[in-house]
Design a protein around this ligand. Structure first.
Ligand code: GLA
Length: 731
């Protein structure tokens, strides 16, 4: 049993393989958090809580003579606003009289096998015997509002998920002005937050900061999870590195606004909260209605960040992503975007695909520009019917030609968007998010459709499924190329406008669910100007996400490095593109470009016709090699052997299959030097006493030698040269 309730002590304990999470019901009925960290067997940890009378930290009324009992200093399981806990709160409720306070008292609980579901929201899933759920119902001391805290426990993976439901059991409506998903209070002030910031074409750059007095907050109010901050953070103790120390990965399974906030309080405890960003958020809850928060996943490791990442990778591959492609080899892809942008004819596309086919490409993807009057980025979005100049025989005409070559065929869509220059806008100007009597903010010449509207979603489903039903489409890239602004929905009354951002996300999820469940044989790829919506929410619907619009191999090393902390390699869209690189102007060899793209879903994004014969041969071999390594890369463990942000000369990463029999080590030189010193690297994840062969070499190396003494890296010459070692156990 991973969840234990001790009635006599009113104690809830959750054990995973390597962690313990504990809380108790206090004598006044509050749910007090005892501990979350390395495993502690069979122990009531309430002794950690010390009630000391501190000035300016009050007590609940009934504890008037018990001055040490303060909600401002006791660790809380779900912190609320308005009742004397002045640290970051999770919940602000506005009652009918305008007051904003809620004090939660234990009411009841349930423990059951399997994992809870969240209606309409993505979440971790598990079979009955793979997970357990704890549901604790809390009630406001004075009103009839209930909060049901849900905990999902996947013992083997050291995973605890959290979400909650706020239920209005009273007779009058309420507003939620803030409704986060979780709070954790830690007994320490030596913690750091690792977060992943960026911008378009430079996503998920690692940043590590000490959590101190005052709030450290990352988040997004862009309507999407965003390029600028990712909804995945790591909390760790000072000194924690890839292989040592305690850390907690916290991932928000949501694709909209979010906040992840931490602070050290007045008595040097650390509080962490995560959930939907409260800015612009205001939810109206009628009597007998409820609000469900999205899920936060916690993954614990006391053997460093590397182990935490591998647990998250396994979790997402086995308990988040549902697509059948998570277990199948995905076809090697060729996308025409960087080759042609909007300017193509059917003939040209077929010609590009043909060259790809000769080299071993298996899937051809027609990107943006195939529909409506989409000859540039200011027209066409919303008109999901083929552009008859570019595709005289419709999408089917091209799809058939591609299939006749023996290849699979895919398309690009951007369902959530609309151009003013489109039939859709001319017919339904009120279908986009915009505020009456204000000119909307425009990005890339486009506006955002109001995805909270059923009629908008119906239109999108009907028009896009018409394409999917008439042509054989094997792959769809679902893009989203701007952030939300001017948020106002024509279908909601004024007191419900604070719901629109969240309703937008729910609408997107509903539409995605409809598409992916009705077209399960399509390989779906998420995208938002590259990696602007790279989050666990999207992965519930789609097994892969285009990692970045930056296809420069050297920049990609850092982007993919940052992404790997919280997401499996098999979900990172990565392609070989042309040189000089479109975004940076840098030139790298086709081998180095492929080395980097191999640490992802692997494909090409260029006009392969421009390659010379020698390069074409290299591409042919790359594709054959990739197939050899595919299983190790996509299903194995992943190790970051160097940190490319630290200006080291070599970027090195490693894959090891689950049986520790095969490993692939990739090396890219970020800087080359004359009379270069020797380099070696210590590998990870091999069998200590196994014997390994490197490539076709004759010599055998003990796993312990490769892991402790190291592997020699030859001196590499040229601009950004690369190589890899394929290592196999010899029994
Ligand atoms: C976004 C995507 C690109 C490409 C363009 C097309 O920027 O990330 O890969 O599809 O849109 O407009």
């Amino acid at each position: 049993m991973s969840i234990i309730f001790k009635q006599n002590k009113k104690l809830f304990t959750i054990h995973t393989k390597n962690s313990t999470y504990q809380m108790h019901i206090s004598k006044y009925g509050h749910l007090i958090h005892n501990y979350y960290g390395s495993k502690v067997e069979d122990m009531d940890l309430s002794y950690l809580i010390r009630g000391v009378n501190r000035g300016f930290s009050g007590t609940p009324y009934e504890a008037i003579d018990d001055r040490g009992y303060s909600l401002d200093t006791y660790p809380q399981e779900y912190s609320t606003y308005g009742i004397g806990d002045y640290r970051s709160s999770c919940l602000t409720v506005e009652h009918i009289d305008g007051s904003q306070a809620i004090e939660l008292i234990y009411d009841s609980h349930k423990i059951y096998s399997g994992k809870y579901h969240l209606n309409g929201l993505p979440a971790i899933w598990a079979k009955e015997n793979e997970a357990q759920t704890l549901e604790i119902t809390l009630k406001d001391k004075y009103s009839k509002i209930k909060v049901i805290l849900s905990y999902g426990v996947l013992e083997e993976l050291d995973v605890i998920t959290r979400a909650c439901k706020i239920y209005n059991d009273g007779e009058t409506p309420i507003y939620l002005n803030k409704a986060l998903s979780c709070c954790i209070d830690f007994w320490q002030d030596n913690m750091e937050m690792i977060s992943f910031y960026g911008r378009h074409a430079m996503e998920r750059t690692l940043q590590r900061r000490k959590i101190e007095h005052g709030k450290l907050s990352v988040g997004s109010v862009r309507g999407t999870s965003s390029h600028q901050q990712n909804p995945f953070v790591i909390l760790c103790e000072t000194g924690t590195d890839e292989d040592h120390g305690k850390c907690y990965g916290a991932s928000f399974v949501y694709s909209g606004n979010f906040i992840a906030e931490a602070e050290v309080d007045q008595i040097n405890h650390t509080r962490f909260v995560m959930g939907i960003h409260p800015e612009g958020f205001r939810y109206y809850i009628e009597s007998k209605e409820s609000f469900l928060t999205p899920e936060v996943i916690f993954v614990y490791s006391d053997t460093g960040i590397g182990a935490m990442s591998n647990k998250i990778h396994d979790l997402y591959r086995n308990h988040l992503i549902r697509s059948k492609f998570i277990k199948e080899r995905r076809p090697v892809l060729l996308n025409n975007w960087e080759a042609t942008e909007f300017d193509f004819t059917q003939e040209q596309l077929v010609d590009i695909a043909k060259t790809g086919n000769e080299l071993g490409i298996e899937l051809f993807v027609m990107d943006d520009g195939w529909f409506g009057k989409r000859d540039h980025d200011k027209a066409g979005l919303g008109d999901w019917f083929p552009n008859d100049k570019k595709l005289p025989n419709g999408v089917k005409g091209l799809a058939d030609q591609i299939h006749n070559l023996g290849m699979k065929f895919g398309i690009w869509i951007e369902p959530e968007m609309i151009n003013e220059d489109s039939d859709l806008y001319r017919n339904h100007p009120d279908w986009c998010l915009s505020i009456p009597n204000r000119q909307p903010n425009v990005e890339r010449g486009q506006l955002v459709l109001d995805m909270s509207r059923t009629d908008v979603r119906e239109y999108l489903y009907d028009s896009i499924s018409k394409i999917l039903d008439t042509a054989q489409v094997d792959y769809v890239k679902w893009d989203m190329n701007r952030n939300l602004s001017d948020i106002w929905s024509a279908t909601l009354p004024s007191n419900r406008q604070g719901e629109v951002s969240h309703r937008y996300v729910l609408g997107v999820y509903e539409l995605m669910e409809r598409f992916v469940s009705n077209y399960p044989n399509i390989l779906w790829e998420g995208c938002s100007g590259g990696g602007g919506r790279f989050d666990a929410g999207i992965l519930y619907y789609m097994p892969q996400i285009w990692c970045s619009d930056n296809t420069d191999a050297i920049e990609r090393i850092s982007i993919q490095y940052g992404t790997s902390f919280g997401y499996p390699i098999s979900c990172m869209g990565a392609h070989v593109s042309n040189i000089p690189n479109q975004q940076t102007g840098r030139t790298t060899s086709i081998s180095t470009r492929a080395e980097v793209a191999m640490a992802g879903t692997f494909g090409y994004e260029m006009d392969l016709r421009t390659l010379n014969e020698e390069e074409k041969e290299i591409v042919r071999l790359q594709i054959q090699e990739l197939k050899k390594y595919y299983d190790v890369i996509q299903y194995g463990d992943y190790y970051r052997l160097t940190n490319p942000l630290e200006k080291q000369e070599l970027a090195i990463w490693q894959f090891v299959d689950k049986d520790k029999k095969k490993s692939l080590v990739s090396v890219v030189a970020l800087r080359t030097r004359a009379n270069a010193p020797f380099s070696k690297v210590c590998l990870k994840g091999l069998k200590e006493d196994g014997f390994y062969q490197i490539g076709d070499g004759k010599e055998l190396y003990r796993g312990s030698a490769l892991m402790r003494a190291g592997l020699n890296i030859p001196v590499l010459k040229g601009d950004y040269p690369s190589l890899h070692f394929y290592i196999r156990e010899v029994e």
